[in-house]
Design a binder for this molecule. Structure first.
Ligand code: NAD
Ligand code: UGA
Length: 474
C-alpha cells in the first residue's frame, strides 16, 4: 500500500487529503501537523474549518484510510509521497519584508524530512511558493539526507475556499511539475499524475517542468485578483457617471474571450493568498531586474486598497462626515461566503477605518466567532499591509475594543438602533433578510452600504433606506 503523508492540516492539507483518501481507498493518507488543537479538531465531530461538503468526505474516510496525527516524524519518515502544505505567509521582517514569501515553515519541513526519512521519497510542493523553491529544497535534502533519494514535484493547489470540495472533486486542471528530463523525475510525475487520474479526466492533468508549475500558481492568482481590481476600478467610474457595474460587467463578460465569471465588483478581495502571492510575484520580478513588471502587478493591490478606503470614505462622508458615537451594523466578516476564514478579509480594514472615526460597530457573521473578530481587530497591521488611503489606526486597547465593538447573534440584533448597515460578505442569508423590519428598528435616516451588491437597491429605497451599493447609480 502506498503511503501519503501531508505536512500541514490547514485549509489546503485537510480537504485535499480527504478527497485523495476518498478517491483512492487503497492509499493510506495521513495528515500531520505541529498544532495539536488543529489535529484534535480534525479527529472530532467539529472540524477545524468550515467548508461545505467536507464533513461528509471526512466521515467516509477517517478511520478507513485517512487519519490525522501530531506524530509528524513517524509518518513523514516512512511515507512514499510527502506533500508539504504548510503556510507560506509574507515576510514581516528582514530582507524582502512586506513582499517576499516567508519560507521558514517550508524550510523547517524540508529539513525535518531529511532528518527523519527511512525510505526514498517523492516530496510534493503543495504550498504556494516562489518560483525556484524546488531548487532550494533539493539542495537542503541533498546536503542533509542520509543517502535516500528524493524527487521534488510541484503540484500547486487551485481550490477556492467555500467551494473546496467541489473544486477538488472536479478541478479545472491538476498541475504536476517535475524533472521530466530524468527517468526518476519522469516516473515521479507519472506516479502523482496517476493518483489524480483515479477521478480527474486525463485531459485536465497537465504536466510541466518544475518552474512552469511553480510560476503558474502565482500567475493564476495574479490574473484572478487582477480581474477583481479591474472590475472594482470600473465600479468607481460607474458611480461617477451613472453607469451600473452589474450591467457593464454583464456586457463585458459576454465576450467569450473575457468570460462572465469572477467579475463581481466588491468592497475588495480578501483571503490569505491573493495579496501575499502578488506581493511575492512583485518581489520575484524585482529580484530578476524587472521593475516594470513588478509595478504592473503591484497596481492590482493598490486598487484593492483603494476600493476598501473608498468604501469607508463613502460611509463616513454620506453620514454627514462623522460616524463618531454612531452605531454601524457590519453584516459579514469572513472574506467571502461559505467560509469562516477571516485572513485578510476586507472587513478588518473597513471596521478599522470606521473605528478610527470613532464609530460603534456591531458585527454579525454566521460563521465567524466573536473571539476571532476580537483577535483580528486587535492585531496590529504592518505598514505595508494597510490601505494607504485610510488613516492608520493605533492598536486598539482591550477597553477600546469592548467599548466600540460588539458581536451580534443575528443581523437584526446588529442593526437595532444602528444608523447604518454595511454588508461586507455576500452570505446568501443577507439577500433574504426582512429589511422592512430592520428599517423600523434603526435610527433615521437609515443607511445601507452594500459592499457586495446583494440587496435590491430599488426595493430598499422604497422602504426608506438611503442606499449606496458598489458601482451602482447613487
Ligand atoms: P494554513 O495556515 O491553514 O495551514 C498550514 C498548516 O501547516 C498549519 O496548521 C500549521 O500548523 C502547519 N505547519 C506549519 N509548519 C509545520 C511543520 N513544520 N510541521 C507540521 N505542520 C506545520 O494554510 P493553508 O490555507 O492551508 O495554506 C497552505 C498553503 O497552501 C499556502 O502556501 C497557501 O498559499 C496555499 N494555498 C492555500 C489555499 C487556500 O484556499 N487557503 C488555496 C491554494 C493554495
Ligand atoms: C483563490 C483562488 O480563487 C483559488 O483558485 C486559489 O487556489 C486560492 O485563491 C489560493 O491560492 O489561496 P479564495 O481566495 O479561496 O481562492 O477565494 P476566491 O473565490 O478566489 O475569492 C477571493 C476574494 O475575491 C474574496 O474576498 C472574494 O469575495 C473576492 N471576489 C471574488 C470578488 O470580490 N469578486 C469576484 O468576482 C470574485
Amino acid at each position: 500500500m502506498v503511503k501519503i503523508c501531508c505536512i500541514g492540516a490547514g485549509y489546503v492539507g485537510g480537504p485535499t487529503m480527504a478527497v485523495i483518501a476518498l478517491k483512492c481507498p487503497d492509499i493510506e493518507v495521513v495528515v500531520v501537523d505541529i498544532s495539536s488543537p488543529r489535529i484534535a479538531g480534525w479527529n472530532s465531530d467539529r472540524l477545524p474549518i468550515y467548508e461545505p461538503g467536507l464533513d461528509d468526505v471526512v466521515k467516509q474516510c477517517r478511520g478507513r484510510n485517512l487519519s490525522f496525527s501530531t506524530e509528524v516524524h513517524r509518518h513523514v519518515g516512512d511515507a512514499d509521497i510527502v506533500f508539504v502544505s504548510v503556510n507560506t505567509p509574507t515576510k514581516t521582517c528582514g530582507l524582502g519584508a512586506g513582499k517576499a514569501a516567508d519560507l521558514t515553515y517550508w524550510e523547517s519541513a524540508a529539513r525535518m524530512i531529511a532528518d527523519v526519512s527511512v525510505s526514498d521519497k517523492i516530496v510534493v510542493e503543495k504550498s504556494t511558493v516562489p518560483v525556484k523553491t524546488a531548487e532550494a529544497i533539493e539542495k537542503i535534502l541533498a546536503h542533509n539526507g542520509r543517502g535516500f533519494s528524493y524527487q521534488i514535484l510541484s503540484n500547486p493547489e487551485f481550490l477556492a475556499e467555500g467551494t473546496a470540495i467541489r473544486d477538488l472533486l472536479s478541478p479545472d486542471r491538476v498541475l504536476v511539475g517535475g524533472r521530466r528530463d530524468t527517468a526518476a523525475g519522469s516516473a515521479a510525475v507519472d506516479l502523482l499524475a496517476g493518483v489524480y487520474a483515479r477521478w480527474v479526466p486525463q485531459d485536465r492533468i497537465i504536466t510541466t517542468n518544475l518552474w512552469s508549475a511553480e510560476l503558474s500558481k502565482l500567475a493564476a492568482n495574479a490574473f484572478l485578483a487582477q480581474r477583481i481590481s479591474s472590475v472594482n476600478a470600473v465600479s468607481a467610474l460607474c458611480e461617477a457617471t451613472g453607469a451600473d457595474i452589474a450591467e457593464v460587467a454583464h456586457s463585458v463578460g459576454k465576450d467569450a474571450r473575457i468570460g462572465s465569471r469572477f467579475l463581481s465588483a466588491s468592497v475588495g478581495f480578501g483571503g490569505s493568498c491573493f495579496q501575499k502571492d502578488i506581493l511575492n510575484l512583485v518581489y520575484i520580478c524585482e529580484c530578476y531586474g524587472l521593475p516594470e513588471v513588478a509595478s504592473y502587478w503591484r497596481e492590482v493591490i493598490r486598487i484593492n486598497d483603494y476600493q476598501k478606503s473608498r468604501f469607508v470614505n463613502r460611509v463616513v462622508s454620506s453620514m454627514f462626515n462623522t460616524v463618531a458615537g454612531k452605531k454601524v451594523a457590519v453584516l459579514g466578516f469572513a472574506f467571502k461566503k461559505d467560509t469562516g476564514d477571516t485572513r485578510e478579509t476586507p472587513a478588518i480594514d473597513v471596521c478599522k477605518g470606521l473605528l478610527g472615526d470613532k464609530a460603534v460597530v456591531s458585527i454579525y457573521d454566521p460563521q465567524v466567532a466573536g473571539e476571532q473578530v476580537a483577535r483580528d481587530l486587535a492585531m496590529n497591521k504592518f505598514d505595508w499591509d494597510h490601505p494607504r488611503h485610510l488613516q492608520p489606526l493605533e492598536q486598539l486597547s482591550a477597553t477600546d475594543l469592548e467599548k466600540q465593538v460588539a458581536v451580534a447573534a443575528d443581523a437584526y440584533e446588529a442593526a437595532k438602533d444602528a444608523h447604518a448597515v454595511c454588508i461586507l460578505t455576500e452570505w446568501d442569508e443577507f439577500r433574504g433578510l426582512d429589511y422592512r423590519r430592520m428599517f423600523q428598528g434603526m435610527q433615521k435616516p437609515a443607511f445601507v452600504f452594500d459592499g457586495r451588491n446583494v440587496v435590491e437597491v430599488a426595493k430598499l429605497r422604497e422602504i426608506g433606506f438611503v442606499v449606496y451599493s458598489i458601482g451602482k447609480p447613487l
